[in-house]
Design a binder for this molecule. Sequence first.
Ligand SMILES: C[S@@+](CC[C@H](N)C(=O)[O-])C[C@H]1O[C@@H](n2cnc3c(N)ncnc32)[C@H](O)[C@@H]1O
Length: 230
Amino acid sequence: MRDHIDMPQGSADWSATRDRVETYFDRTATRVWAALTSDAPVSRIRATVRAGRDQMRALMLSRLPADLTGARVLDAGCGTGAMSVELAARGAEVVGVDIAPNLVDIAQRRLPVHLAGRVHFVAGDMLSSSFGRFDAVVAMDSLIYYSQTDLLNALTTLAERSPQTVFTVAPRTPVLMAMWHTGRLFPRADRSPTMVPQSAARLARALPGLRAVQRVTSGFYISQCMEHLS
Ligand SMILES: C[S@@+](CC[C@H](N)C(=O)[O-])C[C@H]1O[C@@H](n2cnc3c(N)ncnc32)[C@H](O)[C@@H]1O
C-alpha cells in the first residue's frame, strides 16, 4: 500500500502548477499514460515518444554509478515507476514520489516482487522534507511544467538534500517555442498542463553547479537532460 504525505509549503505558483499536473495525470490522462509506459501497442507517433523516453531514461541513469548498492535515490515524479525499477535493479534504496496517486498505484502494482523491499512509493509532492537525505535525485520530465523561478527554487531545495540532481527540461527549440506561443503545445480541450520551454544556458547562469548534459529527440519527444551538482 502506498503512503500519502502532507503537502509542503511551496510558492503559490508551484502549488497551482502542481495541482493542474495532478488533475491531468491522476484523472484525464491516467489510462493514456499507463499505456505509453507499458509495452502495450501504441500509435506510430506515440511509439517514437516511447523510444525517446527509453533513451532519456538510459541517459539519466548513465549519470549515476552503475552499482548503486547502498545509495539512497529519490525518483521525483516517478509516474508509473519505470525509473524506480531501474534504480532498484542497480541496488539503490529508492523513494518514488508522485503527486498523482493513481499513477503511484500503478507503479506499486508493476514493481517486480524481488525489488519490493528496495522501493518505497509515496503519493505527494517531490519537495516534501519528510523524505530525508539522498545520494542522488532523478526527475525525468516531471519539472517540465514549472516556471523558471519555480524550477530554480525546486533545484535549490533538492540540493539541500542531495549532492546530485539529474533532471530534464523542455528545450527552447524553434518548434516548441512557436507551439508554446500559439498555445498549441497541447490542445486546450484536454486540459493538460503546459510545458514551459527553458533555456539551458540561462538556467546554468542562474544556478552554480548546473549544466546541460544532452538532448534527446525522437519524433514528438524532445527533452534536454541536465544535471545539478552541489
Ligand atoms: C511526464 S510524467 C513523467 C513520469 C516519470 N518520471 C516518467 O518519466 O515516466 C510527469 C510526472 O511528474 C509528476 N509530478 C509533477 N509535479 C510533481 C510534484 N510537484 N511532485 C510529485 N510529482 C510531480 C506528475 O504527476 C507526473 O506523473
